[in-house]
Ligand binder design. Structure first.
Ligand SMILES: NC(=O)C1=CN([C@@H]2O[C@H](COP(=O)(O)OP(=O)(O)OC[C@H]3O[C@@H](n4cnc5c(N)ncnc54)[C@H](O)[C@@H]3O)[C@@H](O)[C@H]2O)C=CC1
Length: 406
């Protein structure tokens, strides 16, 4: 049994041990902090640990073998910051609001509301010059819409997005029917394009904004039943819509996408599409076909796009990705046999794909903002909120750990 280095997230820790739950298997690993413990990745501190039992799989075993927890990221936040019981009660509260319209309406009256205008989030500048989401109490939102000549019942169009640590329900509302400049004036804030907001906001706010925008977009495009053409009606929380006389229930959807960082042990494989900004390379990604497992999509995409057959796969993490429409990104690491690394790029899908060394990747991670027009060409990577960046960062950690003899 070999040992693999890994970075841990989303596990529960007990002293020096880490538990990772994979399917029905609860595995127990020894936690072994490294020199890199505490490095900030995506705003969270990480620790590295040694993991026994990597699971090696190949296309043939894909149906029977669990993905191995090669890289599990574990925020190092000392004692758990959220009491389990408070987390459970908040999740149950939100779930009840999805099922009980009256309770949801009551919670809306005491809620915080994120405002949007035609799917662009409202952001405020902080004293430090950074941006944060502009959230208002529901009573303030009613006053704002009234002052702008709309009916205060517009608040009921809000969609439930969650619940704060202080047990206050959180909603989002699109004020697209009001004048944009007038709303901005009333709120002393500005509406920003989602893509811009995504890269300007700090970690914790990003998922809330992208979830809100995805839900609002789904409601705006789901007004009619696809079977009968009749209008659909939403529940108060906005967690589903019901279609006309047939009562067909529609739920918001995400399209599953597998994103994979392929390595030959020393180098990693990155690719670019012609539509990417100049010089940017990312991990291979592709939508799951109907009926496919995560592993099957991964093997197929790597074979289709670069003509390689991967030998082992390990799950890393997942992410909701709002562009261009909601995708559910499932991120993995995969390995190819170092003697079979000849890339055969499908130019219908990719402009280029190539192997990069640890040194090249380390340099690319230093590029903090995309090069401007006229700048010399530079190799750079997707920014830190993108799960591709996390995969690359994890790979670098593993390489450094190996090099240091860990
Ligand atoms: N968060 C991240 O780090 C990254 C996210 N991505 C995202 O992953 C997704 C997939 O990446 P690519 O394959 O490169 O995208 P792509 O946009 O090039 O799509 C490839 C093809 O898949 C098909 N397709 C489009 N939407 C589909 C859907 N909902 N279901 C099934 N097939 C669909 C179309 O034929 C399209 O030409 C994109 O949404 C992209 O934005 C890609 C790389 C990094």
């Amino acid at each position: 049994m070999t040992e693999e280095s890994c970075v841990c997230r989303d596990t529960d820790t007990e002293g020096d041990s880490v538990h990772f739950t994979s399917g029905t298997d609860r595995k127990h690993f020894l936690r072994k902090p490294t020199a890199n413990e505490g490095d900030a990745v995506g705003g969270e501190r990480l620790c590295c640990c040694q993991v026994a039992e990597p699971v090696l799989t190949g296309p043939d075993q894909s149906r029977s073998v669990m993905l191995s927890p090669l890289r599990i990221l574990l925020p190092v936040i000392g004692p758990l910051s959220r009491g389990c019981s408070s987390y459970v009660s908040r999740m149950r509260f939100v779930n009840r609001l999805k099922q009980d319209d009256a309770a949801c309406l009551a919670a809306l009256q005491r809620s915080r509301v994120l405002l949007f205008h035609r799917l662009c989030p409202l952001l405020q500048r902080t004293e430090r010059g950074t941006l944060r989401t502009a959230a208002f109490n529901s009573s303030d939102v009613q006053l704002i819409v009234e002052r702008l000549g709309a009916d205060r019942s517009l608040l009921k169009e809000s969609v439930l997005i969650g619940c704060s640590e202080q047990n206050q329900a959180q909603f989002c509302l699109d004020l697209g029917e009001l004048d944009q400049a007038a709303v901005e004036g009333e709120c002393d804030a500005n509406f920003f394009d989602l893509r811009k907001s995504f890269f300007l906001l700090t970690g914790a706010e990003v998922p809330l904004v992208t979830k809100s925008q995805a839900l609002l977009r789904w409601h705006q495009s789901s007004g009619f039943c696809s079977a009968t053409g009749e209008p659909t009606q939403r529940n108060q929380a906005g967690s589903h819509r019901v279609g006309g006389s047939r009562g067909i229930v529609y739920y918001p959807t995400m399209s599953p996408v597998v994103i994979v960082l392929v390595s030959d042990g020393k180098r990693c494989l990155l690719a670019r599409q012609s539509s990417f900004p100049q010089g940017m390379y990312s991990a291979l990604a592709g939508f799951c076909d109907m009926g496919e497992s995560l592993e099957e999509t991964l093997y197929r995409e790597v074979a289709e796009e670069v003509g390689l057959e991967v030998q082992s796969v390990s799950y890393s993490s997942s992410q909701h990705w709002p562009f261009p429409h909601s995708s559910f990104m499932l991120a993995c690491h995969a390995f190819v046999n170092p003697t079979h690394t000849q890339v055969d790029v499908d130019h219908a899908e990719l402009e280029d794909a190539r192997w990069f060394s640890l040194e090249e990747i380390t340099c690319a991670l230093q590029v903090k903002s995309p090069p401007r027009r006229g700048d010399p060409p530079v190799f750079w990577l997707p920014p830190k909120h993108a799960i591709a960046n996390r995969l690359v960062t994890e790979w670098v950690e593993t390489q450094r750990h190996r090099k240091s003899g860990g």
